[in-house]
Design a protein around this ligand. Structure first.
Ligand code: NAP
Length: 294
């Protein structure tokens, strides 16, 4: 297996810290950048895309975890905090220069944050969830979109969550805090906004939900369900969906939200006109008519 280079990104610098062979720029292989690629769902997506023929850059903060993913998959490790604007620009520039133009960006890096009640949460930890889940995705989109729109090619997949949508009624969802729910809803709307900005340019953007997946993020919140295999969605479903979106099969649904487990998204390729006409798979308000005519 060809060893990939690793980048350590810091501020506006981005140093190569493991010397290795770089993909020749003439290569026709598509390039994917997956944030949060060091473990959990992101690691599975990295593995899948590498197996599907992508040249993959996997980004996260933990150099050690990234190094093992890189060794196992042939991906390039990019040590990066997605909340650091200068580091994100430098890392994307370096990936483009060393591996080639980015065809697929998967904004998967995310944190669950505090599960405590809103009035008991430290404001900095609450806002940190937005910094990773929303600002991080924005910074990565901002960094890749100039080249994607210039080339007229590119896809962005923002990993949101059903936490953006599920009903809570009067019962607070145990362990899932207001920051997480609000940040994932913001990511869905952000995705639709970006999709509208790039419409017609050859670039598309999607938000997705993986379902509930057994990872470090869910270990505490779903401790009681840990041994109930029916409860969990396989991370391979997310990898399936990301790979499918990468083919362009659902480009006509750019801006919409897809659930890896609950949606029969393979069939959507034949139903795009109907989905658009009915305005499905989007964040919308169901208005109340007041119960009578005004
Ligand atoms: P995980 O196992 O905790 O992995 C999170 C990943 O994000 C790690 O690679 C982590 O690496 C990276 N990350 C966190 N903060 C970062 C930062 N500031 N900069 C760069 N990378 C950062 O979580 P997961 O369950 O795989 O979740 C992946 C995504 O799916 C998240 O967006 C999550 O919200 C979403 N999701 C998960 C579930 C689920 O059931 N697991 C359900 C719905 C949605 P470092 O810590 O090394 O940076």
């Amino acid at each position: 297996m060809v060893a990939r280079p690793s980048f350590r990104s810091a501020g506006d610098r981005c140093e190569l810290f493991v010397a290795a062979t770089v993909r020749p720029m003439s290569s026709q292989l598509p390039v994917a950048l997956v944030t949060g690629g060091s473990r959990g769902i992101g690691e599975v997506v990295v593995r899948r895309l590498a197996g599907a023929g992508y040249v993959v850059a996997a980004a996260a903060r933990s150099a050690q975890e990234l190094a093992s993913v890189a060794a196992a998959t042939g991906a390039t490790a990019v040590v990066l905090d997605v909340t650091d604007a200068a580091a994100v620009s430098a890392a994307v520039g370096r990936v483009e220069a060393e591996l080639g133009p980015i065809d697929l960006l998967v904004n998967n890096a995310g944190v669950a944050g505090p599960g405590a009640l809103t009035w008991q949460v430290d404001p900095r930890s609450w806002w940190q969830v937005f910094e990773v889940n929303v600002l991080g995705a924005f910074l990565c989109c901002r960094a890749v979109l100039p080249a994607m729109t210039a080339r007229g090619v590119g896809r962005i997949v923002n990993v949101s969550s059903n936490a953006a949508f599920f009903r809570v009624d009067d019962a607070p969802p145990t362990g899932i805090g207001s920051a997480y729910m609000a940040s994932k809803a913001a990511l869905v709307r952000f995705t639709e906004a970006v999709a509208s900005e790039v419409a017609g340019s050859g670039v598309s953007a999607f938000s997705i939900s993986p379902g509930t997946v057994k990872t470090g993020m869910t270990r505490e919140v779903f401790a009681e369900e840990w041994d109930d295999e029916q409860f969990w969605a396989s991370p391979e479903l997310t990898a399936d969906l990301v790979e499918f979106l990468g083919t362009g099969a659902l480009d006509a649904l750019s801006g919409r939200y897809l659930h890896a487990r609950n949606d029969r998204w393979r069939l959507f390729a034949e139903q795009t006109d109907q989905i658009r006409a009915d305005d499905l798979l989007a964040l919308r308000l169901r208005q109340h008519d007041g119960g009578g005519r005004s």
